[in-house]
Design a protein around this ligand. Structure first.
Ligand SMILES: NC(=O)c1ccc[n+]([C@@H]2O[C@H](COP(=O)([O-])OP(=O)(O)OC[C@H]3O[C@@H](n4cnc5c(N)ncnc54)[C@H](O)[C@@H]3O)[C@@H](O)[C@H]2O)c1
Length: 247
């Protein structure tokens, strides 16, 4: 798949699937804006892409801050002139990221806010910041990251699950808003992915977790011209985990 002359913004691009997607998109010809709250890691990631002779900018962005999100979208437009692709990876389970493994009813409100704000509000903010440019171009594709937790629930990550369910509704609404203007929106809801070794403990029907590239391959397909008829859909990619009940 060629992404020559395309401009992509990737959030959560300092690590995991966001980083891999930014690397793969740039390898296939895209100019990439990497956005992440981890300043050092996102600059190193962009530097790595530039080191391979491709165009990339690394920006420190907290997706919970609309001013920072807007600045990233504006920077993409002023530097590269357009925004063709937005991948919203920034996120994670609040109990893990905030190191607060308590039951929901004992979580401090700051942890609740982290789960909802990073996973859902940050995604809404970035979609809002880029959609106008995509509509003016009459083209563009947004891929949002859901999770099987947004489908089956997770007692240990209630806010994360709520946010990831919300992202499915967000994506359908964006698809409806964007369709008359040639803008597509899709959601990808993975099961366990080996961006962390602990994900190997989460069961699937296939008896393993996914390699990050298996998820990124689907996402890049959805961004490509081959997926021109796909919008509004949520793609569960979970090794069969949600086919019937699993322990
Ligand atoms: N790994 C899995 O098993 C799995 C399963 C289902 C869904 N997902 C989803 O896929 C996405 C990527 O997962 P991953 O495992 O590659 O993640 P990861 O933890 O490797 O990367 C997440 C990135 O988001 C960044 N981030 C966190 N808070 C931020 C903020 N406020 N502003 C900007 N950036 C912020 C982090 O710095 C990090 O670089 C997430 O949305 C996650 O919920 C992952």
């Amino acid at each position: 798949m060629s992404f020559r002359d395309k401009v992509a913004i990737v959030t959560g691009a300092a690590s995991g699937m966001g980083l891999l997607s930014a690397q793969e998109l740039s390898r296939d010809g895209a100019r990439v804006v990497l956005a992440d709250v981890n300043a050092e890691a996102v600059e190193a990631a962009a530097e790595g892409i530039r080191g391979n002779g491709n165009e990339a900018i690394g920006l420190t962005v907290d997706v919970r801050r609309y001013d920072q999100v807007k600045r990233a979208a504006d920077m993409a437009l002023t530097t590269f002139g357009r925004i063709d692709i937005l991948l919203n990876f920034a996120g994670g389970a609040e109990t893990r990221v905030c190191r607060c493994p308590k039951p929901f009813h004992e979580l401090p409100v700051e942890v609740i806010d982290w789960g909802l704000d990073v996973n859902l509000k940050g995604t809404v903010y970035f979609c809002h910041a880029v959609l106008g440019a995509m509509i003016r171009q009459k083209s563009g594709v947004i891929v949002n990251l859901g999770s099987v937790s947004g489908i089956e629930g997770a007692a240990g990550a209630v806010n994360y699950s709520a946010a990831k369910s919300g992202i499915i509704g967000l994506t359908k609404s964006l698809a409806l808003a964007g369709a008359p203007h040639g803008v597509r929106a899709c959601c990808v809801s993975p099961g366990p992915v080996l961006t962390r070794p602990a994900m190997a403990n989460m069961k699937t029907r296939l008896g393993r977790a996914a390699e990050p590239k298996e998820i990124v391959d689907l996402i890049l397909y959805l961004c490509s011209e081959k997926a021109a008829f796909i919008t509004g859909s949520n793609y569960i990619i979970d090794g069969g985990r949600t086919c019937g009940a699993m322990d």
